[in-house]
Design a protein around this ligand. Structure first.
Ligand SMILES: C[S@@+](CC[C@H](N)C(=O)[O-])C[C@H]1O[C@@H](n2cnc3c(N)ncnc32)[C@H](O)[C@@H]1O
Length: 330
């Protein structure tokens, strides 16, 4: 779905993370077509369209981001197409548009500053709001999970997607509290987690950080989306096309790192004493650009502390056919 007309609302803006590094890795050229899978405030899209007389197909699953992007569609007409779709669907979208392939795919995964800063979206434990956390504003919310799932399911989500060692204690406290009254606000949940930690912060971070991350990842199927997007990018990038991914926590970065290493024929083949779980049968479909991920420069962190955990990985598509399986997690 393309964005209709509308105006850019006033409000908190998003500072694009590692933008010069993204452009260096993507290398936009005239007459080429790029996918920006995470349009957000349009920071990357604007920079790509400004760097070269190229075309961008941009995706965002958040209807608010799509509405706010209508002014940019007009400004760069006809070179920008904005799609209200999840980036995991990019292969089908490109086929619907009638494109045979694209020259670059960039993903800046996670949430935008607008989403975090707007209390009503329910992503933040610092600004009290409804326990929502749905980027697309559709489907089950965080309140549905904490009030409706059983204790073990809640603990597993917090452990798996938040890497939270106290997941069982937090899930137990959630169930105890919801038996008295449902948890409906972000502050209720943040205070509950703080009580489980006896009010202690760790490295200056609120102990609810990991629980909120876990619920957000689960609600939006963020890791599944990332895996689908990587597999789709492999299929739609032309030889020489570039895949650039900026991620913000270890669970995402691990998926990107493994995917690129595997497709570049550099995956760890495991111990020779154990059965081989990952025998490469296909020629490499990607060449890795940097063996180590790029991280933000100090100057960037001074103006945008939210960039502190960013990791950029890039790979270039080879001539080899796409592999038959979607991987990256195994
Ligand atoms: C970190 S922001 C991107 C900011 C953007 N690079 C910029 O410079 O303005 C991430 C955006 O991606 C969107 N997003 C996250 N996961 C998505 C998915 N699976 N499909 C489509 N959009 C997604 C979010 O709604 C959010 O607007």
């Amino acid at each position: 779905m393309s964005a209709g007309s509308g105006s850019m609302p006033d409000g908190p803006r998003h500072i694009p993370v590692m933008l010069p590094d993204v452009l260096d890795a993507l290398l936009p050229k005239p007459n080429e077509t790029y996918i920006d899978g995470t349009f957000g405030a349009g920071g990357y899209t604007r920079a790509i369209l400004t760097a070269a007389d190229c075309r961008v197909i941009a995706f965002d699953r958040d209807p608010t981001a799509i509405d706010a992007g209508a002014a940019l569609v007009d400004e760069f007409a006809p070179r920008l197409t904005l799609m209200h779709r999840a980036f995991g669907e990019m292969q089908a979208v490109i086929a619907d548009i009638g494109l045979a392939g694209v020259d670059g795919v960039v993903l800046d995964v996670g949430v935008s500053s607008m989403q975090i800063d707007e209390a009503e979206r329910g992503f933040s434990f610092q600004n009290d709001g409804p326990l929502d956390m749905r980027m697309s504003r559709e489907g089950p919310s965080a309140a549905d999970v904490v009030n409706g799932f059983d204790e073990e399911q809640i603990a597993d989500i917090i452990y798996q997607f938040g890497e939270e060692r106290r997941s069982r204690a937090i899930a137990r406290a959630i169930v105890k509290q919801r038996n008295a009254a449902p948890l409906m606000r972000t502050k209720n949940l943040a205070d509950l987690v703080l009580r489980v930690f006896h009010g202690r912060k760790e490295d200056g971070r609120h102990p609810a950080t990991r629980t909120f991350q876990a619920l957000r990842i689960f609600i939006n199927d963020e890791l599944g989306e990332l895996e689908r997007a990587l597999g789709a990018a492999e299929k739609i990038l032309v030889p020489g096309g570039r895949l650039v991914v900026v991620s913000f926590h270890s669970l995402e970065d691990r998926i990107v790192k493994r995917f690129m290493a595997e497709r570049a024929g550099k995956a760890d083949q495991g111990s020779r004493y154990l059965p081989q779980k990952n025998i490469q049968v296909s020629p490499p479909s990607f060449r890795i650009v940097n063996s180590r991920p790029l991280t933000p420069q100090k100057g960037e962190l001074d103006v945008n502390p939210r960039a502190r955990s960013a990791r950029l990985r890039a790979a270039i598509r080879t001539e080899a056919p796409a592999w038959s399986t979607v991987s990256g997690s195994g």
